[in-house]
Ligand binder design. Structure first.
Ligand code: KG4
Ligand code: ZN
Length: 347
């Protein structure tokens, strides 16, 4: 079985062709990503209207390129999969409408995919295949969740962020420190030259039993520290402003902030593993590119499977990977029934 997968939930327009190789596994025949990062960097973050317009402009060439790279014609494609949520509604609609139209025009079965599930299922495209039930730590710009996935593709969310996502915290703190968008890689780079013990930023105490996260207090603590150092805007709560700081101060704050986020992610993942004893642990999503997180989690949980960096940030191959398993379970949808859902929770 070969699936053409489409992803447009945020600021990457992506299409991929994946092929089934085993009960749960697949291989990537092509994986095309058109990133809008440079466009949004001028605004310091994703502008939803600009993202939607850019998806419209490039989606068809991106799909054509993915078929070309995979050396496939339409006859070689057995189904079309698309991200139906969660994400930015205007962006999701472009992918969903395109997939529906192609499914009707080319007479192909259609599969609607949950983007957050798919981040963890990217691991089935690698040599390090997870076993069910697996625990997934999904850390991205929009989501931070610990979930248990079963072979029937059901999911139980056992911990999630109550406010900002981990990636969102990276992006906001980077902006505060005058670092470019996207903030995650910029903070990670700056932190390499910093002292992570220089500033003590608190990690939220969510209660002994809780596996939830909260990052908005951490962001405010960084803001207060920056205001204290610069003497500017004392007490203001506007985290949108950028401050000009000495390079070493930026490095020390970046390292201390990154340590606090990683501490929280490691603590809850270790606790979830102890409580649920999953067969495998998968770490995926854009923030899973973070080398400090990889290092610290690996120390505590050597069995953790890290999705390779190129499949951590948004891509369509991961959508195809989950779609291969959905197809196996007969989880198809008609074009009439497929809807974009910006706050989708189910598969
Ligand atoms: O999964 P993703 O590409 O898009 C969403 O679904 O949100 O994740 C993007 C997020 C951004 O917030 C970005 O700053 C963060 O992942 N990110 C990182 C790193 N690389 C990307 N965060 C921390 N360290 C990194 N190296
Ligand atoms: Zn994502």
């Amino acid at each position: 079985m070969r699936i053409l997968a489409i992803e447009t939930s945020c600021d990457e327009t992506a299409a991929a062709v994946v092929e089934k190789t085993g009960k749960y596994t697949g291989k990537i025949l092509s994986n095309v990503i058109n990133s809008q990062v440079e466009i949004h960097a001028q605004y310091g973050g994703v502008v939803p209207e600009v993202a939607a317009r850019s998806h419209i402009e490039v989606i068809l060439p991106v799909i054509e390129q993915s078929l070309h790279d995979a050396k496939c014609g339409w006859d070689d494609i057995d189904a079309i999969a698309v991200t139906k949520g969660p994400g930015l509604l205007g962006s999701l609609l472009i992918g969903v409408l395109t997939a529906k139209t192609l499914a009707i025009a080319k007479n192909k079965p259609l599969i609607g995919v949950n983007h957050i599930y798919a981040h963890g299922f990217a691991a089935f495209l690698t040599e390090n295949v997870p076993e069910f039930p697996f625990l997934a730590l999904t850390v991205s710009g929009g989501h931070t969740a610990l979930s248990l996935y079963q072979a029937d593709l059901s999911r139980e969310v056992i911990g999630e962020t109550l406010d900002d996502a981990a990636g969102e915290a990276f992006d906001k703190v980077a902006k505060l420190l005058g670092l470019p968008y996207p903030g995650g890689p910029a903070i990670s780079d700056a932190a390499k030259l910093g002292d992570a013990t220089k500033y003590r930023f608190p990690i939220a105490n969510m209660g002994r039993e809780s596996l939830d996260f909260s990052f908005s207090g951490l962001k405010t603590a960084v803001l207060r520290q920056v205001q204290e150092i610069t003497g500017q805007n004392p007490g203001a709560i506007d985290a949108q402003k950028s401050y000009t700081l000495d390079q070493q101060v930026v490095a020390d704050i970046a390292a201390s902030f990154q340590k606090a986020v990683v501490d929280a992610l490691v603590k809850n993942t270790v606790a979830a593993n102890a409580r649920f004893s999953p067969k495998s642990i998968v770490v995926g999503g854009g923030v899973a590119c973070n080398s400090e997180l990889r290092l610290r989690l690996h120390e505590k949980l050597p069995k953790a499977i890290f999705v390779p960096p190129q499949l951590c940030s948004d891509n369509a191959a991961m959508i195809g990977s989950l779609a291969l398993q959905m197809a196996q379970n007969g989880m198809f949808v008609t074009p009439e029934d497929l809807r974009a859902d910006s706050s989708l929770e189910s598969i």
